[in-house]
Design a binder for this molecule. Structure first.
Ligand SMILES: [Zn+2]
Length: 411
């Protein structure tokens, strides 16, 4: 049993008296909640706003899924936990490797810290790409840790995930990876885990397929948030202290004719420096391309040893649609990034623009809707809502969510 505050990565976490629940709504631009609430489709959220605490928080940059989920999980920015995208480029080998393996994680999660102190942990993620990172340091053998994904819920085992065949346990089929149901599965599992296991800390994190394909206020988006609201009501009425936040926002990034707005930076650097001399990395790239065609608002680039990074940065910053280009030291300083994983320069595009590598390398035919994406400063504002009255800073960070949930649960 937990008895005294737990310190993880230099931050102190109160002992929850009731379950502390953190919900990360993937890609939840604040306007999604505003629109669904204004349409009367989120009564539980309206109650939470009236009786609890509401803020707009800032995500970490890059405003991508894994860096932000791991910041929420560790309570710290990517410079501490090391996960700054989906991909890592190793200049030594010239290989791009997925960064979703636990060996890339440089800090313990708060989940592991509270688990080690005797607490009960439950985690459900929509996509399996986050599961191993979120489960780092948890030992299902204790009977106090559950962590699985909706995507692979039918394959879970007690030894690895803390639960056998989670899909049968929940009584729901495993949804398609591109669906609203993949996220609904997370909420339904959360409600059942709360009732059956009474975790001290629970983390529920969804997928942004709906947000990539539907704007705030669109019928499909409103239906998604109305669905979420029904589960929010159940979690709240079960007595949990709930924090709702997001990993990043979501903005339209297409031209008037519906085609994606892209600056192909690899093509520019090839033209300026010779083919293949520099290497542009898009850390949004993942196996789920139907969402975004690997196009977001953040990129890094590795330059040849004799290149003048400052000069290239200045030249790139003048390209229409590029908002900001920083050299490594400035990016580490401003965005708290791990300097050894971000190349020589970091690029951020303007709100309506994305950054690509070379035109021929992006399979835009996979995009089924006009592009909506994220990654930059324009997707940094995210909701931060607590179903308790608490003293919070005017602009919290989304990675304060676990600290705030534990504090709310200790009241
Ligand atoms: Zn996301």
């Amino acid at each position: 049993m937990l008895s005294s505050p737990v310190v993880v990565n230099g931050r102190s976490y109160a002992v929850p008296r009731v379950p502390a629940v953190v919900i990360c709504l993937d890609g939840c631009e604040p306007a999604y909640l505003d629109a669904a609430e204004a349409a009367g489709m989120m009564p539980a959220l309206a109650r939470l706003r009236a009786d609890g605490t509401a803020r707009i928080a800032h995500s970490v940059i890059p405003s991508f899924t894994n860096p932000n989920n791991m910041s929420i999980a560790t309570g710290r920015p990517p410079g501490v936990h090391g996960i700054c995208g989906n991909f890592l480029y190793d200049p030594e080998t010239g290989e791009e490797v997925m960064m979703n393996d636990v060996r890339f994680l440089r800090a313990p999660t708060v989940f592991a810290g509270i688990h080690d102190a005797g607490g009960r942990i439950a985690i459900v993620t929509a996509k399996d790409k986050l599961r191993a990172l979120l489960a780092a340091g948890l030992d299902p053998d204790t009977g106090r840790a559950v962590c699985f994904s909706s995507e692979r819920a039918a394959e879970t085992t007690r030894a690895i995930h803390g639960i056998d065949d989670a899909a049968t346990w929940l009584g729901r089929p495993v949804p398609d990876v591109y669906s609203a149901e993949l996220s609904e599965f997370v909420f339904a599992a959360g409600v059942k885990l709360l009732a059956e296991r009474r975790p001290d800390l629970m983390y529920l994190t969804t997928t942004d397929f709906i947000q990539h394909t539907h704007a705030p206020g669109a019928p499909v988006a409103n239906a998604f948030y109305a669905m979420f609201d029904r589960y929010l009501a159940q979690l709240s009425s079960a007595g949990a202290a709930v924090v709702v936040t997001a990993d990043h926002g979501m903005k339209p990034k297409h031209l008037a004719d519906g085609t994606p707005a892209v600056v192909y930076v690899q093509d520019l650097l090839d033209e300026w420096m010779g083919g293949g001399a520099a290497r542009v990395i898009l850390p949004i790239t993942d196996p789920y391309v139907v969402h975004h065609g690997a196009l977001g608002s953040f990129a890094t680039a590795y330059l040849p040893a004799d290149a003048d990074a400052g000069e290239i940065a200045t030249r790139l910053a003048a390209v229409p649609g590029i908002a900001l280009v920083l050299d490594r030291a400035a990016a580490v300083d401003r965005f708290e990034l791990p300097g050894d994983r971000i190349g020589d320069i970091v690029l951020i595009s303007e709100e309506g623009m994305t950054i690509g590598t070379s035109a021929h390398r992006h399979d835009l035919a996979a995009l089924t809707e006009p592009l909506r994406s994220h990654g930059g400063l324009s997707e940094q504002a995210v909701p931060f809502l607590v179903n308790r009255r608490l003293d919070l800073p005017e602009t919290p960070r989304n990675f304060d969510a676990v600290e705030v949930a534990c504090r709310a649960a200790a009241l």
